[in-house]
Design a protein around this ligand. Structure first.
Ligand SMILES: NC(=O)C1=CN([C@@H]2O[C@H](COP(=O)(O)OP(=O)(O)OC[C@H]3O[C@@H](n4cnc5c(N)ncnc54)[C@H](OP(=O)(O)O)[C@@H]3O)[C@@H](O)[C@H]2O)C=CC1
Ligand SMILES: O=C(O)C1=N[C@H](C(=O)O)C[C@H](O)C1
Length: 242
């Protein structure tokens, strides 16, 4: 594949290394310093975006102008920005996921079943741990897991607790962010019941897992028609297209 990279940080650099190892070509690299040049970039087989929400206008304009398929892993988007990414499906095949590891995709599927069996008797709390350079909190993956745990949006997110915050209400879902060192990404979901606790943890031991997942998603995406695709569609063929 001929790849355009948006974001030349930790993920962008590793993506380039892994893409070249796999025999792909990186035909353009755009960071904050040269993002304006994306306005004149030609179409490519795929654009892969691991940057920040501020790059979205330039990325969206590029996809709309060239119809280049987009794999986006950027987190920290507002609801409006996420809708803008999804709307790019009018112009090209697009996939966005907060986490490109197979393990998290499977965990989200498993949690839908577990939560249906345990709610409302069990309290649910989510913790996420990341390196000290991460800019957004809670992580996109924590939000993805909360969507799986509470698909109807009935629970009230509580981000950390301090002071005399009172007893835990049954409709809360606690979400807690830890930051430090070089942790690639650890997510735990705790189900606390009367006299018992279930805990599910996904631990990425390197960000290579996200990079290889994004490249795999890109290879699947370029065969898809225009539209907004979920990672589930691409990994598990939930829409029956391949
Ligand atoms: N979906 C997934 O599986 C994963 C998602 N991520 C997400 O990917 C994103 C990047 O992570 P990471 O590589 O660790 O972060 P870094 O901070 O290392 O890199 C971010 C890159 O994006 C660039 N950037 C920021 N704003 C703009 C802008 N307005 N225009 C152009 N480029 C911009 C930065 O440029 P500059 O250096 O000049 O600031 C930098 O090159 C984050 O949102 C992170 O949460 C990370 C891992 C896995
Ligand atoms: O910024 C990171 O590093 C990561 N970001 C993603 C997120 O916000 O969930 C995915 C992964 O956890 C690493």
């Amino acid at each position: 594949m001929n790849i355009i990279l948006i974001g030349t940080g930790r993920m962008g650099r590793l993506l380039k290394e892994c893409a070249l190892d796999a025999g792909d070509a990186v035909v353009g690299e755009y960071g904050r310093a040269n993002i304006a040049e994306l306005a004149a970039a030609p179409a490519a087989d795929v654009a892969i975006d691991f940057s920040g929400p501020e790059a979205l206008p330039a990325v969206a304009a590029y996809v709309a102008r060239t119809g280049t398929p987009l794999v986006s892993g950027t987190t920290g988007y507002t609801a409006g920005e996420k809708a803008a990414v999804a709307a790019l499906g009018e112009h090209a095949p697009v996939v966005w996921s907060a986490n490109y590891s197979l393990g998290v995709a499977v965990l989200a599927r498993a949690l839908r079943l577990v939560t249906a069996a345990l709610r409302p008797d069990f309290d649910i709390e989510v913790t996420e741990t990341h390196h000290n350079r991460k800019k957004d909190a809670p992580s996109g993956t924590a939000k993805l897991l909360v969507e799986a745990l509470d698909p109807a949006g009935e629970l009230t997110p509580v981000y950390g607790r301090e002071g005399l915050c009172g007893e835990r209400r049954p409709d809360e879902i606690g979400i807690h962010a830890l930051r430090g060192g070089t942790v690639a990404g650890t997510h735990s979901v705790h189900f606390f019941g009367p006299d018992e606790e279930l805990e599910f943890t996904h631990r990425a031991t390197s960000r290579r897992i996200f990079v290889l997942g994004a490249l795999k998603a890109a290879r699947a995406l370029v065969r898809e028609p225009k539209g907004f695709h979920s990672l589930d569609d691409l990994l598990f063929n939930t829409n029956g297209t391949h």
